[in-house]
Design a protein around this ligand. Structure first.
Ligand code: SPD
Length: 350
C-alpha cells in the first residue's frame, strides 16, 4: 500500500510543507492536528480546508486501498490515526476485535440530519461506533469503443469476450472480488458452502488470463488511459472515469450489484478523540456531506444535501441506479467465511 500524506494547514507555504516530515501522526509536536486515514482518492481537499477554516484544527490524510489493509494496520497496533473509514461489512469485525472507540453519534447535534433510513444501520443500529460517510454500488466498467455490443451481465466481467484478454482490472481485495463473483453465480455473499466456493475459485482461475492486475487503487487512471479496458469498479469512481472518458460505461447487471456503505469511526487509541468527534459532527452537515459527494461521486446519508450537488452528479446514471436494480448488501463475513475467502485468494494469487 502506498500511503500519501497531505498537510492541509491553512496558510502554510509550499516551502514549509516541503520541509515537514511525511506521515508522522500522533507525535507530541503535532497535538491538535487531526489525523485521518481513509481510502485512496476518497477525501475532498475542499472539505478538509473548510474544516480547518471553521475549527482551526489542521488535518493530515493518509490512505489505504481496502478494508483488509485497514484491518491489518489497526491490528498491528497504535497507528496514531484519529479517524478511519470502515465499510459496512467490516464494522462488526472491527468492533469484535476491540479496534473502535465508542462515538455515540446519536448524541451529536447534527445526528438528526441523517436520513432516517441510515440512522439505524444493521451493522451499527444505535450509531454507537460509526456514522455514514458515503455509499454506492460495486459492479464493473468497460470501454464501449473496445466492445460495442450491449452488456447486461456480470458474466462479461467474469467470463470476458476475447477482446479483453489481458485487459481486465480486478480489485486487490478478497472480499470485493469473491463477493461479486458469488453474486454473479447466484450464491449468497459471504458464502461458506464448499462446492459453491470451489466453483467460485474455478470461475476466478478461468478469468485470470484476462486479468492484467488485481489492484483497488488507480482504476480511474487505468481506465481513462486505456491501460485496462474493463475493470471491477465502485459507482462513484465509475462516474468520475466516465466524465473523463465518455466511452466508458458502468454496468447495472441483471444479477445485481453489491451495495455498501463506508462509515467514519475512531480507532482505539486515537490521540485526539475530541477533534475526531468534531469532524464526525461536521460531516453530518448537509453542505459538507455534499462537498464530499461532489468530490468522490457517491451518495451520502445526510438529508438536505441534494440541493448542494453538482447537476452533472445529481443526474449521473452511476449515482442513480435503476429502480429495479438488485442491490445486495453483504451481511459481513463470519470467521469461517473470512478464512475460506483468504484461502481462495491465496490460491488465486499464487
Ligand atoms: N475511491 C475509493 C472509494 C472507496 C469505496 N469503498 C468501497 C467499499 C466497498 N466494500
Amino acid at each position: 500500500m502506498k500511503a500519501q500524506n497531505l498537510l492541509l494547514a491553512c496558510g502554510l507555504t509550499a516551502g514549509l510543507l516541503a520541509a515537514l516530515p511525511l506521515a508522522q501522526p500522533a507525535q507530541a509536536a503535532d497535538a491538535g492536528v487531526l489525523h485521518i486515514f481513509n481510502w485512496t482518492d476518497y477525501t475532498s481537499p475542499e472539505l478538509l480546508k473548510k474544516f480547518t477554516k471553521e475549527t482551526g484544527i489542521k488535518v493530515t490524510l493518509d490512505t489505504y486501498d481496502s478494508n483488509e489493509t485497514l484491518l491489518a494496520k489497526l491490528k498491528a497496533g497504535t497507528t496514531g490515526y484519529d479517524l478511519v473509514v470502515v465499510s459496512d461489512d467490516f464494522v462488526k469485525i472491527f468492533v469484535n476485535q476491540n479496534l473502535l472507540e465508542k462515538v455515540d453519534a446519536s448524541q451529536m447535534p447534527n445526528f438528526k440530519n441523517l436520513e432516517p433510513r441510515w440512522q439505524k444501520r444493521d451493522w451499527d443500529p444505535t450509531a454507537e461506533y460509526t456514522v455514514p460517510w458515503q455509499w454506492g454500488t460495486t459492479s464493473f466498467t468497460y470501454d464501449t469503443k473496445v466492445y460495442p455490443q450491449p452488456v447486461d451481465s456480470l458474466g462479461t466481467l467474469f467470463k470476458p469476450p476475447s477482446v479483453f484478454k489481458g485487459q481486465v482490472g480486478m480489485f486487490g481485495s478478497p472480499s470485493e472480488v469473491i463477493n461479486l463473483a458469488l453474486l454473479y453465480q447466484g450464491y449468497p455473499l459471504c458464502d461458506t458452502d464448499p462446492d459453491q466456493l470451489k466453483a467460485t475459485l474455478a470461475l476466478l482461475e478461468a478469468q485470470k488470463p484476462f486479468v492484467k492486475l488485481y489492484n483497488s487503487d488507480g482504476i480511474i487512471d487505468r481506465l481513462t488511459s486505456g491501460e485496462v479496458t474493463m475493470s471491477e469498479q465502485w459507482s462513484g469512481d465509475a462516474e468520475r472515469a466516465r466524465m473523463a472518458k465518455h466511452s466508458l460505461r458502468y454496468v447495472f447487471a441483471k444479477e445485481g450489484g453489491v451495495g455498501w456503505m463506508d462509515n467514519l469511526a475512531i480507532p482505539v487509541g486515537a490521540p485526539d478523540v475530541a477533534n475526531a468527534k468534531k469532524f464526525i459532527n461536521f460531516m453530518m452537515d448537509p453542505e459538507n456531506a455534499a462537498i464530499e459527494s461532489n468530490f468522490a461521486g457517491y451518495q451520502n446519508a445526510v438529508a438536505g444535501s441534494n440541493k448542494y450537488l453538482q447537476p452533472a452528479l445529481a443526474s449521473a446514471p452511476e449515482f442513480n441506479p435503476p429502480a429495479d436494480y438488485k442491490i445486495v448488501f453483504s451481511p459481513g463475513c463470519n470467521a469461517k467465511a473470512t478464512k475460506d475467502f483468504d484461502r481462495i485468494w491465496t490460491l488465486l494469487r499464487k
